[in-house]
Design a protein around this ligand. Structure first.
Ligand SMILES: NC(=O)c1ccc[n+]([C@@H]2O[C@H](COP(=O)([O-])OP(=O)(O)OC[C@H]3O[C@@H](n4cnc5c(N)ncnc54)[C@H](O)[C@@H]3O)[C@@H](O)[C@H]2O)c1
Length: 358
């Protein structure tokens, strides 16, 4: 144990904090490399949720000097690569920023590993459902699977939210083509490809988890660009009606952070799943409207309302099948969305009452 070490990039973020205790239990030394990005962190102080024992280095992963300093200190047996710019809508207007951190940040890290002759036994990447874009749809009448690609500006302006005559299919890395509809998704797909190519060349195990919509205690309440569930809680808690984009019937797979943390920690020790990314969700799709109604009822807030606005880059439906992940990781999501929302509400109430929004 004492000779093992783990570097976790973005380790002070939502997911990093959630796995920090588990990492400490698994590795002799854990170093989190995180620049405490102001969009995510209200203050630049160490997050309370980061397990004691994790060494936090406030550094930027896109700087080669970061890696020279970190790798001179620790030759990791594992890297968990979480650091990223994660604004899906924001990535369409701030493409360079997303590409720089997500793509260049990854290559800077890999170049440094090569420069320092460090080949970790495992590199774990958190990719995203965003790589699928609109995903696969089925034309039931014709018995065909179709990739409609993008919803056009004209289609959205007409309020035609779905692809006429087609039914969305849940995504699965084994079957569904990756066709991102926003820059964020494209950078996550690029990360996957870069990591796989590097890992094959240097003889290490790349493990990629494609996460669906993660929510739960610890998600930034101050970052308005991510975390729709936390945002809905804040609106409902203020006794306002939650506005629903499109018609509110978009499907998402909301997965509680505890289940995601379990999957990540299992993925660090599972026998090599190979180059196939693993989908992490609950396997159950819920409409955004239903989530909003549930949250509004938890806060006795007014009913949500459809505002018919829409955002380019958002996909109509996103859900996944998790059979392969269950099998490869011996993992099972434990929380229904109802149980997860109750846990989130408890945390949000304490955080906001205490005035903390980090
Ligand atoms: N939360 C989700 O719903 C979700 C879904 C799919 C994929 N993911 C992926 O999971 C990973 C972690 O997401 P999260 O929800 O914990 O996000 P987060 O924003 O809470 O955490 C990301 C962390 O990275 C840090 N960071 C950003 N830029 C950095 C840089 N240049 N150098 C060093 N640190 C930097 C931030 O300060 C933050 O602490 C990301 O790669 C994201 O793409 C998350």
């Amino acid at each position: 144990m004492a000779s093992t070490g783990c570097i976790v990039t973005g380790g002070a973020g939502f997911i990093g904090c959630a796995i920090s205790k588990g990492l400490i239990e698994r590795f002799g030394r854990v170093v989190a490399v995180d620049n405490l990005h102001p969009q995510v962190h209200k203050t630049a102080s160490r997050p309370a949720a980061l397990a004691a024992g994790v060494e936090l280095l406030r550094l930027d992963i896109t700087e080669p000097a970061t890696w020279d300093a970190v790798l001179a200190e620790l030759r990791p047996t594992a890297i968990v690569h979480l650091a990223a710019e994660t604004g899906t809508g924001q990535s369409l207007t701030e493409a360079t920023r997303h590409a720089h951190v997500n793509v260049t940040g990854t290559t800077v890290m890999l170049d440094a590993l090569a420069r320092h002759k460090v080949v970790p036994e495992r590199i774990l990447l958190t990719s995203s459902r965003a790589v699928y874009g609109e995903g696969a749809w089925q034309d039931r009448a014709a018995g065909q699977t179709i990739y409609p690609g993008y919803r056009s500006r004209e289609q959205l302006a007409r309020g035609e939210w779905d692809f006429m005559g087609l039914h969305a299919l849940p995504s699965s890395a084994m079957e569904t083509r990756a066709m991102p509809t926003n820059v964020y998704g494209s950078t996550k797909l690029a990360q996957e490809h870069i990591l796989c190519a590097w890992a094959a060349a240097f003889g290490t195990v790349p493990t990629t988890l494609r996460l669906q919509n993660v929510y739960g205690p610890g998600q930034s309440l101050s970052n308005s660009y991510t975390g729709i569930v936390s945002l809905f809680c804040r609106i409902a808690r203020a006794q306002r009606s939650i506005p629903l984009y499109e018609d509110g019937r978009m499907l998402r797979d909301f997965v509680l952070i505890d289940d995601v943390a379990d999957a990540l920690l299992l993925a660090l020790s599972a026998s090599a799943p190979g180059n196939v990314p693993l989908d992490v969700g609950t396997g159950v799709a819920t409409t955004i409207g239903d989530i909003a109604v549930h949250i509004a009822s938890l806060y006795n807030a007014p009913e949500p309302h459809v505002c018919a606005l829409y955002r380019f880059g958002d996909v109509r439906h996103a859900a996944c099948t998790i059979n392969l992940t269950r099998q490869m990781l011996a993992w099972e999501p434990r929380f229904s969305v109802q149980d997860g929302l109750l846990r989130l509400k408890g945390w949000v109430d304490i955080e906001l009452a205490a005035g903390g929004v980090d």
